[in-house]
Ligand binder design. Structure first.
Ligand SMILES: Nc1ncnc2c1ncn2[C@@H]1O[C@H](COP(=O)(O)OP(=O)(O)OP(=O)(O)O)[C@@H](O)[C@H]1O
Length: 483
């Protein structure tokens, strides 16, 4: 029986033309304590809906007099509050994605696994408002109020307002969201706001930086492993999917996931099951996936670096965050918030930024976006000796290319583009190393500034520096000559 009486009072409409299945769903739901009504086709369903309000409508996709999708469309058009769960035929990914795009809360694939069925319905009937008694799990922060997280997202430009509206709109469904924007634009903050505004807010939030995990460890990190699965594994290990169970899994830098892992992720999303390494058992998983990238994934698909089917699965709802240089009207509010945060952490009075300083900032391309702005202000606060902040903007060329230039074509360092390298990986590594070193030199070995110039996050920069074995003067081991 469902443990929460308010949830078990929920009223559910089941729409399916197969009497056996209808009865199976009905009995399963009645056993959970829900109030259930059934319909065998669209017309009957609409009749029930005309008579009363339901909490959840579960509908088969194919009905004798139309599609389950039409039911969702009608409910949305009438702005009805019912959450819809669609049951689609096995292998019809298009239908599942289409129903999520139309506004379904979630979908289930035939043959329906009853455990999964119960868990999806339990999610759908939950009160969307954050539950006051909910507590964060070990390893996940206590849930923040939905408003508090949205308010942390500073900016009232048209594009920021659209982002915030979209967050609220999509938060309540299970549909995967892809957040796209340059490095430092606030993709993780947006993903967190979606989680905080969803009914999953009391459950785990697990953020994973796909570019920071070595390829050989990815499968174990994502799906976990059983004791003895490999040398040295002395106990079962929980993967990201299990850790995020009931909550949200945020896959940052999804464009950097190697192809081999992309197919495993696709399978986990499609089947909603994972198999830990060393286990013979599949485990059902209930996670909402939000992914983020600074890359244009459609170009990555064309270049053969990203699986089209996975792209299609992840990009059900897209949220685009504009770079800071395209929403300069957000700069004053952002500076104010960031300065307040910096001053609070340093335990000092909030410094002021002069009009001239703000003007200076608004002329700067700020390729590292809000993160770069944050670092810049942090440096200014640390170096200031008076009330007014002195900004140190790095002299640089106006930004003419976005960060994806590293991946999408020859760079000026390609002096011999006609020769095909015999070892592509080491050729690319050498080029990447040269670019990184050049950026580090030109920024006085300031990793943050170099990362910002290259459109990389600090984590990505750190990972690349380690991978390519670059020793910077700050590491105190070798001098400039070693570069
Ligand atoms: N609109 C905003 N209002 C307030 N702070 C912001 C905003 N956007 C970004 N930030 C701050 O800027 C920093 C970078 O944000 P975040 O990590 O979310 O960016 P990102 O796009 O995920 O970066 P990356 O792609 O490099 O991982 C964080 O400290 C975040 O709090």
């Amino acid at each position: 029986m469902a443990s929460n009486t308010t949830l078990s009072n929920a009223r559910i409409l089941v729409v399916d033309d197969e009497p056996d299945l209808r009865t199976l769903y009905e009995l399963t739901l009645l056993r959970e304590g829900y109030r259930v009504e059934t319909a065998g086709n669209l017309a009957e369903a609409l009749q029930h809906l005309g008579e009363r309000r339901f909490d959840v409508v579960i509908t088969d996709m194919r009905l004798p007099d139309g599609l389950g999708l039409e039911l969702i469309q009608q409910l949305r058009a009438q702005q009805r509050p019912e959450r819809c769960v669609v049951i689609t035929a096995y292998g019809s990914a298009e239908n599942a994605v289409e129903s999520l795009k139309t506004g379904a809360f979630d979908y289930l694939t035939k043959p329906v696994d009853l455990k999964q069925f119960r868990s999806v319905i339990a999610s759908a009937v939950q009160d969307p408002a954050p539950r006051p008694t909910a507590v964060g799990r070990a390893g996940s922060p206590l849930p923040e109020s939905s408003d508090a997280v949205l308010q942390r997202l500073v900016g009232e430009s048209d594009s920021m307002r659209r982002v915030k509206e979209r967050i609220v709109k999509v938060a309540r469904s299970m549909a995967p969201v892809l957040v796209h924007g340059e490095s430092g634009t606030g993709k993780e903050l947006v993903a967190r706001a979606i989680h905080a505004n969803s009914h999953r807010t009391g459950s785990a939030w697990v953020a994973v930086n796909c570019s920071a995990i070595p390829e050989s460890l990815l499968e174990a990190e994502f799906f976990g492993s059983k004791k003895g699965a490999y040398t040295g594994s002395t106990q079962d290990r929980v993967g990201f999917f299990q850790a995020a169970s009931g909550g949200t899994l945020f896959l940052d830098e999804i464009g950097d996931l190697p192809l081999s892992m992309q197919s495993k992720l696709l399978r986990a999303i499609q089947e909603r099951c994972i198999r830990p390494i060393g286990s013979s058992q599949e485990e059902p998983v209930d996670v909402r996936i939000i992914s983020a990238t600074h890359k244009d994934l459609s170009l990555e698909v064309l270049a053969g670096r990203f699986r089209q089917d996975l792209y299609y699965r992840l990009d059900v709802i897209e949220i685009e965050i504009a770079p800071l240089r395209e929403r300069r009207e957000d700069l004053p509010a952002l500076c104010q918030t960031l300065l307040r945060r910096i001053a609070f952490e340093a335990g000092i009075p909030v410094p002021t930024l002069s009009k001239a300083g703000l003007e200076q900032l608004s002329q700067d391309p700020l390729p590292g976006n809000v993160r770069e702005l944050e670092n810049l202000l942090q440096r200014a606060v640390a170096l200031s000796d008076g009330d007014e902040l002195q900004l140190e903007l790095t002299a640089r060329q106006p930004l003419t290319q976005d960060a994806s230039f590293l991946d999408s074509g020859p760079t000026p360092l390609d002096d011999d583009q006609t020769t095909i390298p015999s070892d592509l990986q080491s050729h690319l590594d050498t080029q990447e190393r040269d670019i990184l070193i050049q950026a580090l030199r030109e920024t006085g070995f300031n990793r943050t500034a170099a990362a910002a110039r290259l459109g990389l996050s600090q984590r990505q920069m750190g990972y690349r520096i380690a991978r390519l074995n670059i020793v910077t003067p700050h590491s105190g081991e070798l001098s400039d000559e070693s570069l």
